[in-house]
Design a protein. Structure first.
Length: 281
């Protein structure tokens, strides 16, 4: 096992290739070379992970390109969160290699805010900038909170925040670090339906403004196809399907291409019945 920062990008041999059959054409076609949004930012090669005698990931190959949003979907236990933690550098006990040519930040389903620190102090926690004073770092935290719509809550205590506000504070804490790669482990899973839709809009806006790449773990297939450029289906610790979402932004949830792609992904997950000759155009 090795984990190292790449010295340069562009060493990939194509974009995250499909590893299963049954790929749709058009909006959900299998990804091939030449469709990348930018240079390779993160490269995963032959990554495997076991816990004791239980294998969780096997032979994972994946490229994440700059400015690209990838959604990881799969049944519980398929290895989604394990893969995200490995790419984030939080799990080094794996086989294979991971190279990341840039900075990373992580947002989890639980906001993980320290209750004894005000919101602004949570966002600036462990933040470092060469030559920056504590006041400078505080100003950066306040600015990040303003970006996510919490400018009026900078001096609030975490326990007074709603679920949506706490999740936005968690996003601000990640974004203030100006990551090249944002790793999101079911960040909206605990939100109610309306707040989740608002969070989707917020994430899309922040992505457009900052240009980061994102790796998103989700159980919500609609969330995956609405937010992502690629949807990767994990099955039994392997990449079963790697689908490109060729639908321009801004996206409407009732766009027929997204509806059909959602059904296709559900079919790959074994939880939907759609025609076997489905083609997406």
């Amino acid at each position: 096992m090795t984990f190292r920062r790449a010295q340069g990008a562009g060493r990939a041999q194509g974009a995250g290739r499909a590893q299963g059959a049954g790929q749709a054409q058009g909006a959900g076609r299998a990804r091939g070379a030449g469709q990348a949004q930018g240079a390779v930012l993160a490269q995963v090669r032959d990554v495997s992970r076991s816990f004791g005698e239980v294998g969780v990931l096997t032979g994972i190959d994946l490229d994440v390109h700059r400015g690209e949003i990838i959604a990881l979907v799969g049944r519980s236990g398929s290895g989604k969160s394990t893969l995200l933690r490995i790419v984030a550098g939080l799990d080094a006990e794996h086989g294979g290699t991971v190279e990341v040519d840039g900075s990373r930040a992580v947002a989890f389903q639980e906001p993980r805010l320290l209750p004894w620190r005000k919101v602004r102090a949570n966002v600036s926690l462990n933040l470092q900038r060469p030559g920056a004073s504590r006041r400078d770092l505080d100003a950066l935290a306040v600015g990040a909170l303003g970006e996510v719509g919490l400018g009026h809550r900078v001096d609030a205590w975490p326990l007074t925040l709603s679920g949506g506000e706490a999740q936005r504070a968690s996003l601000a804490r990640a974004l203030v670090r100006e990551p090249d790669l944002l790793l999101l482990d079911e960040p909206f899973g605990a939100l109610d339906a309306l707040t989740r839709l608002e969070a989707h809009t917020l994430l899309t806006r922040l992505w457009a403004e900052h240009g980061f790449a994102a790796l998103l773990v989700t159980h919500d297939v609609e969330e995956a196809v609405v937010l992502a450029d690629r949807v990767i289906v994990l099955d039994d610790g392997r990449i079963a399907h790697d689908l490109t979402v060729d639908v321009p932004r801004p996206r409407e949830r009732d766009d027929l291409r997204l509806v059909e792609l959602r059904e296709l992904v559900l079919r790959h997950l074994g939880v939907a019945s759609v025609p076997t000759d489905l083609e997406i155009s």
